[in-house]
Design a protein around this ligand. Structure first.
Ligand code: AMP
Length: 541
């Protein structure tokens, strides 16, 4: 027997429709790339997004077509999302911090037809324009008066949408229709696309609105420092309009002083970013003897929260830290570290130790830990194994089948992380099965660096590993095994890398060894290398 309730399809346009009806005057405050502050409301955002839909339709964009953005967090960027998603097009956020060649590769793989971007990224787009043949139109987030000169035939966003009809129909498709696309770098070769559906994004939104997740409300003011191109700004671009929380968008300025200014003047209550951002803010606060009277909660994720940051927020500024773990493949929030009931009366050191763990899954995310034979391990807070995850917001496959089958017969997705769980469901990441390096919350592909180094005639083998860095959490160290009889210099290797990878991917140091250890299948044994170099002090540290 079937239930007799309504079929209300879970499409993302309903989020903005709700915001327009119930919280039309709540605001999105954006710091423009020009530096000035722009104030918009959810009511205005709805109108702008409808106009984006019409503009896209006039470009010939429809169901399933990919629309790319290279953009900072802003209300124009949000209008592009809702405008594309509303008509069933797929909004593809491209990470502008990648090397231009990789950006072009990703745009070609996605077959993006329209590219909308901030003028900060004009040099990148100019450099790759002849290598991205699927892109037919370029739009720049600007008005007529702030439009930069370009050779792309690009139009200013404000003019592009100006005067367009708002009568376009939204959500006229099933809830499992593709909605967003975000590429992630894995261990092997090319980036892989995670293709979110309307249903997965709406359910992830509802999951993260739980009080033990982010749990914001209409009275909150939320500052997502985490970029919209980093796994949907951890879902905040959906959960804020869904609840009616004000949003404060930092644009291109994410230094300590700029973030503090927004936290203070906009009376921000909840904010979210990777640890590196918080280190910059805390340094600024300490140097200038400032406080954070309005801020209640800071969501920290992307890489493990250092104890120094945790304690500074909790003890010096009385801000509740919510340590979060997730992946692009998990929409992204998987676990969040609000204190469980049995910890409420614990002493400060016990509570801080609990918060250094990655937290507990909200309803809608299932976790399990397995050993090498795929058997469940005990939830004793000690036994580590591979972390598997399952739920309506978890990837079942990558775009165009990249990487083959990624879930087992019971739909469990292998995260590549190594973790343990305690009896209360608190998860702790203990290692990363993957070999990529994470600097300031952003991936650096060790393989790319190694491939270029190995291309040098004096290099026999090369391995790039992440080693501890006080500011960036991790920075690459390049380990070189020279060809017998050769003695390459650091300068020669740096010269070989120059221009072939993004500047910030350049290893902080190079070291030479007689032998790079190999594992059973002939692959470089990174675990052994990480162990050997675990106390390595980088010259930049
Ligand atoms: P991304 O898809 O770029 O967000 O990267 C996801 C990966 O980042 C995870 O698989 C983890 O290896 C790592 N990660 C994310 N959050 C945390 C955290 N709180 N602690 C430790 N590692 C994390």
């Amino acid at each position: 027997m079937k239930g007799l309730m309504q079929d209300w399809q879970l499409t993302t346009n309903k989020i903005l429709e709700h915001a327009k009806r119930i919280n039309p005057t709540r605001e999105i405050v954006t710091r423009r790339v020009e530096g000035n502050i722009e104030r918009t409301t959810y009511g205005d955002l709805f109108d702008m997004s409808k106009q984006v839909s019409t503009a896209l339709q006039d470009e010939g964009i429809g169901l399933g077509d990919r629309v790319a953005t290279l953009g900072w967090n802003s209300e124009r960027h949000m209008a592009s999302w809702y405008g594309a998603m509303g008509i069933g097009a797929v909004l593809h956020t491209v990470n502008p911090r990648l090397h231009p060649e990789q950006i072009a590769w990703i745009i070609n793989h996605a077959e993006d037809k329209v590219l909308i971007f901030d003028k900060t990224f004009l040099p990148i787009v100019e450099a790759i324009k002849d290598n991205i043949p699927t892109v037919k139109s370029f739009v720049i987030y600007a008005g007529a008066d702030t439009m930069p000169e370009n050779t792309l035939g690009a139009v200013p966003f404000d003019i592009w949408i100006d005067g367009r009809s708002q009568n376009v129909r939204w959500g006229d498709f099933p809830e499992d229709t593709a909605c967003g696309l975000c590429y992630t770098s894995g261990t092997t070769g090319d980036p892989k696309g995670v293709l979110y559906s309307h249903r997965s994004n709406v359910l992830h939104t509802m999951i993260t609105m739980q009080r033990d997740a982010i749990g914001m409300g209409a009275n909150d003011v939320v500052l997502p420092v985490v970029p919209m191109f980093h796994a949907n700004a951890w879902g905040l671009t959906f959960s804020c309009p869904a609840t009616g929380a004000n949003m404060v968008m930092p644009g291109a300025q994410m230094d300590g002083a700029s973030i503090y200014e927004l936290l203070d003047t906009e009376k921000v209550t909840i904010t979210a970013a990777v640890p590196t951002v918080w280190l910059m803010l805390l340094t600024y606060l300490q140097e200038n003897d400032l406080k954070l009277p309005h801020l209640n909660k800071v969501i920290i994720g992307g890489s493990a929260v250092p104890e120094k940051i945790l304690r500074a927020f909790e003890e010096d500024y009385e801000v509740d830290v919510v340590h979060a773990w997730g992946m692009t493949e998990t929409s992204p929030l998987g676990t969040l570290g609000t204190l469980p009931p049995h910890m409420l009366d614990a002493d400060i050191d016990t509570r801080m130790a609990q918060k250094l763990k990655q937290g507990r899954p909200p309803f809608g995310v299932e976790l399990k830990i397995v050993d090498d034979e795929h058997n469940d391990v005990a939830w004793d807070g000690e036994t580590s194994g591979r972390l598997l995850v399952r739920g309506p917001g978890i990837a079942a496959a990558y775009f165009k089948g990249a990487g083959g089958k990624v879930v087992d017969e019971d739909n469990w997705f292998d995260t590549g992380d190594v973790a343990n769980m305690d009896q209360y469901g608190t998860m702790q990441i203990t290692d990363r099965a993957k070999d990529v390096i994470k600097s300031g919350g952003e991936w650096i592909s060790s393989i790319d660096i190694e491939n270029i180094a190995v291309g040098h005639p004096k290099v026999a083998n090369a391995a790039a590993i992440g080693v501890y860095h006080p500011k960036w959490d991790e920075r690459p160290l390049l380990i070189i095994q020279p060809v017998e009889g050769e003695t390459p210099s650091k300068e020669e290797i740096f010269a070989a890398l120059e221009g072939k990878i993004a500047k910030w991917w350049t290893p902080d140091d190079i070291t030479f060894v007689d032998n790079i250890p190999l594992g059973a299948t002939g692959k470089i044994n990174k675990l052994a290398l990480r162990d050997t170099f675990k106390d390595y002090k980088l010259p930049t540290a």
